[in-house]
Ligand binder design. Structure first.
Ligand code: FMN
Length: 234
């Protein structure tokens, strides 16, 4: 059994009348998923485009509902948490999570952050215990694989890169992924979009190649979530 959760977050569509406007991160994620599905029988494919259909921002009422014991929540509070419950259930079911993200202002789009804010929730995806000393938060989910696919206009955000200090996108995603129950992370990045030169072409080609190679590689690795194993095709 293999369940894939695919979350796109660019505000650009994957395919536009003018293909110059197409989202690079969405196209790369589609390439990865399409290729993965050639190798693996997917039992469930869950897709969210949070760039185009963003989750609500959390509110004071949302926090109040979260901190009200489940048995004591009123109808309004249950309704307030309905989307969060639904998004968390999708993460819980998945053994492979694919998140594609553009870099906006050196980090993730607000829409993707809103998705995380709905999901990282006390007693659902993490618990809090001061007995753990200076690290009171512990994730409640485990065993998932995450593929992070990014596109940026500039370049060099990786460790040792010229813009490392401004690279808040992947480090933030890595930090938050712990609370999705992620144990293995793979990255694919396309850079230089704003330069529109040969470096962008090369970077994009490398990312496409990596997406295909990673799909083949991950197909052969058994899923670690619960009793799930990936059933290879052919
Ligand atoms: C609002 C906005 C903010 C951006 N901020 C950055 C940035 O801080 N650093 C960067 O390298 N590129 C930045 N870019 C360029 C995008 O990362 C680049 O166009 C990327 O390809 C967008 O992803 P997409 O093609 O999947 O839509 C920004 C683009 C937009 C629209």
């Amino acid at each position: 059994m293999s369940i894939v959760l695919h979350v796109d977050s660019s505000v650009r569509a994957e395919s536009n009348l003018n293909s110059e406007y197409d989202s690079i991160s969405k196209k790369l994620a589609k390439r990865f998923v399409t290729q993965f599905r050639k190798y693996v029988e997917i039992d469930e494919y869950i897709y969210r485009d949070v760039g185009i259909n963003p989750p609500h921002f959390i509110t004071q009422e949302w926090i109040g509902a979260v901190f009200t014991p489940e048995s004591k929540r009123n109808k309004q509070q249950i309704q307030t948490l309905a989307l969060s419950d639904e998004l968390i259930a999708e993460v819980e079911r998945a053994d492979l999570i694919v998140i594609s993200s553009p870099m906006y202002n050196y980090g993730m789009p607000a829409q993707l952050k809103a998705w995380f804010d709905q999901i990282i929730r006390v007693n659902k995806t993490f618990d809090f215990d001061l007995a753990r000393g200076d690290q009171p938060l512990a994730p409640l989910l485990s065993g998932k694989t995450l593929v992070i696919i990014t596109s940026s206009g500039e370049f060099g955000f990786e460790k040792g890169g010229v813009n490392e200090a401004s690279g808040h996108l992947v480090p933030h995603l890595r930090t938050l992924s712990k609370y999705l129950g992620v144990s293995d992370i793979y990255e694919i990045a396309s850079e230089y979009q704003e330069f529109a030169d040969h470096r962008h072409e090369q970077s994009l080609q490398n990312a496409k190649n990596k997406a295909e190679a990673l799909a083949a590689q991950l197909a052969t690795i058994p899923a670690k979530t619960g009793q799930r194993t990936r059933k290879l095709k052919g």
